[in-house]
Ligand binder design. Structure first.
Ligand SMILES: Nc1nc2c(ncn2[C@@H]2O[C@H](COP(=O)(O)OP(=O)(O)OP(=O)(O)O)[C@@H](O)[C@H]2O)c(=O)[nH]1
Length: 528
């Protein structure tokens, strides 16, 4: 993703300037500003906005009466980093007042508008999936009678996502289809009704007229305009033109994956005072991210976004399952079934690269190993766990050691090798040992394998992972490429301690002998 490059460049402008202790404070700020400005302009961000950001930062950081602050002071560095972070958030923030929240047990109609090919139909399905996962009863309506095949596209998406849908192959009046669909879903007590409308290649009168007529009959609680981010700064002009005809209250910016102009589109939309509520990051139905300026900038700068991670984890995890796992953990147990449920929850959270981006420092690691390979490994692990009996799943795994023939049976049943089964058992054993050592865990719980997530209750004996610790660990890994490789091998490519992939036994043994690795493991609270 090109935006990741922008993040890297802003980081290196800030860190590069801050690490040059020979410079005085004013020259450091000056160097840093030059780097940030160049990075933003090259990412197509509007020149006026960049200049505003530069001036704001200058006046925040430089005292007009002269400044003799020391750049080697940790507090000064933090102050500079915070100022940069806040200004970047302001640059992409366009929220005005409270955002729309659909009400449970009420009927909420959401209408989509936008040009042809902007990603409306895809985004309608993504949003339907988003709300359906949050427990809403959601229905999709295709009110696009202009493009042949539009209904089939929505129908296919809806079937794949298990979302009820409405549309017509014969009716040519989109207003009528929209009205009938909404009436049907309302009668059936649907809580969210999403209406997809047609697009045109250009902003033309017929399109605007149709949007107004549909809006008049469906009376949407929210109208969302879908904009293709690859148009960059033209997003401002396009959204203004639409706003004059169809007053929409929110924007979904699509195709934010892999476009140089993404930064331009976000900042341009920010200038129109209409909030971006989601960004589309791929063609898959889960590639929709809630847009919040802080989360966006955090991910851009590789700081991670633990809040979103927890929100997503809580959304997709089954409350009963989580409760059972927490109860086991409090008794110092972690069964194979707990392991399986955890894997399933992580897989439900969407593409692993998206999850990795939310964890400080993990985004880069993930991009080095590859999504497909990791997903494949995780799926294989589920096949292995699926082939176990109830007794085996509910055990602590030791019965496999007492009766190795069970491993042979599971391997045959899951189409894997005994070695692969052994590796999974070893991972579960590692986590079970962690559970034992944290028997006295507080009420609530922590996600096993992810020690020290801020905001989660602390487990005694398991230190919180501070940003400094993460930085130190990353630095040590960078200085020692073979250690980095070992770490990746141990994590099986997933990037999550103990959460995915299949470790290589030899690598693991080698790693356990490595004093640096032992020290790091102690720091991570893994206690080798
Ligand atoms: N890479 C990427 N592709 C996307 C994204 N959103 C949509 N697409 C793709 O963009 C193309 C157009 O998407 P549609 O959803 O058909 O667009 P539309 O606006 O409904 O088009 P009309 O129905 O013709 O008005 C499809 O190939 C989608 O898969 C995204 O966030 N990222």
């Amino acid at each position: 993703m090109v935006l990741a490059d922008l993040g890297k460049r802003i980081n290196s402008a800030v860190n590069g300037a801050l690490s040059n202790s020979q410079d005085d404070y004013a020259s450091t700020v000056d160097h840093m500003l030059k780097g940030i400005v160049t990075a933003l302009l090259e990412s197509d961000v509007n020149v006026k906005l960049v200049s505003k950001l530069k001036n704001n930062l200058k006046s925040k950081l430089l005292d007009s009466k002269g400044d003799n602050r020391s750049i080697s002071n940790g507090q000064t560095k933090k102050m500079i980093q915070k100022a940069v972070f806040d200004e970047l958030c302001d640059l992409v923030d366009c929220r005005t007042g409270e955002s729309f929240q659909p009400k449970k047990k009420k009927c909420n109609v959401i209408m989509f508008v936008g040009l042809q090919g902007s990603g409306k139909t895809t985004s309608c399905t993504k949003l339907a999936v988003y709300y359906s996962r949050r427990g809403y009863k959601v229905g999709l309506i295709c009110a696009d009678t202009f493009r042949a095949g539009a209904f089939d596209q929505l129908k296919q998406n809806a079937i794949k996502a298990h979302i009820p849908f409405y549309g017509s192959y014969t009716e040519t009046n989109p207003v009528k289809v929209a009205a009938e669909g909404v009436a049907k879903f309302k009668k059936e007590k649907f809580e969210i009704i999403i209406v997809d409308t047609s697009g045109r290649h250009q902003q033309e009168q017929a399109l605007f007229q149709e949007m107004v007529e549909i809006s008049n009959v469906v009376k949407p609680n929210q109208t969302i305009m879908v904009l293709d981010a690859s148009i960059g700064q033209a997003a401002e002009q396009q959204s203004k033109a639409f706003k004059e005809s169809a007053d929409f209250g929110a924007i979904i910016l699509t195709k934010m994956d892999g476009h140089a102009k993404g930064g331009g589109a976000i900042s341009a939309v920010a200038a129109t005072n209409t909030p971006i509520i989601f960004i589309g990051t791929g063609e898959h139905m889960h590639d929709l991210e809630k847009f919040s300026p802080k989360s966006f900038v955090s991910k851009l700068l590789g700081i991670g976004d633990i809040e979103s991670l927890l929100e997503q984890f809580q959304t997709v995890s089954n409350k009963e399952d989580t409760k059972a796992t927490m109860e086991n953990l409090q008794q110092g147990k972690f069964t194979l079934l707990d392991f399986k449920k955890q894997m399933q929850t992580i897989m439900k959270m969407g593409p692993l690269s998206n999850i990795a981006q939310m964890i400080p420092g993990m985004g880069n690691m993930m991009s080095q190993v590859g999504e497909e390979e990791t997903s494949k490994k995780m799926k294989k692990m589920i096949y292995v766990l699926d082939s176990m009996t109830k007794e085996e799943l509910e055990s602590d795994g030791r019965l496999f050691i007492d009766q190795p023939s069970r491993m042979v049976r599971v391997a045959a049943g899951s189409g894997t090798s005994v070695f692969e089964v052994e590796m999974i058992l070893m991972q579960q054993q590692m986590m079970a040992r962690m559970a034992q050592s944290t028997k006295a865990a507080q009420q609530g719980g922590n996600m096993p394998g992810m020690p020290g997530i801020p905001g989660m209750p602390k487990i005694p004996g398991m230190p919180r992972m501070t940003p400094q610790m993460m930085q130190q660990a990353q630095q040590r890994l960078k200085q020692n490429p073979s250690l980095m490789k070992n770490m990746q091998n141990m994590l099986g490519g997933s990037g999550f301690p103990g959460a995915g992939g299949m470790p290589d036994m030899n690598e693991m043994m080698k790693m356990m002998q490595d004093p640096q690795m032992q020290q790091m493991a102690r720091q991570f609270g893994m206690g080798m």
